[in-house]
Design a binder for this molecule. Sequence first.
Ligand code: SF4
Ligand code: SF4
Length: 75
Amino acid sequence: MAYAIGYQCTACGACVTICPNQAVTGEYPHYRIEPLLCTECVLYADDPVCVKVCPEQAIFEVTEEVFQEKGGHHE
Ligand code: SF4
Ligand code: SF4
């Protein structure tokens, strides 16, 4: 799975700069994390650096549960 950006995002841009995989794209108010690029920072940091840097706690993990809840489906 990957991480996603919620409605609390104020488009400060911090996560765009810090992501090692350039996984954050878009511009206000539609910042989003490209799930195919997000590696959850595995092998890069102990915890996702975008979650740490976000001043609004707007970034959350898309767990299998959340994914199903929102009616997602695997490709
Ligand atoms: S978890 Fe890591 S790889 Fe994924 S968007 Fe955040 S900073 Fe980028
Ligand atoms: S760090 Fe948080 S508030 Fe700033 S652009 Fe990223 S998700 Fe939005």
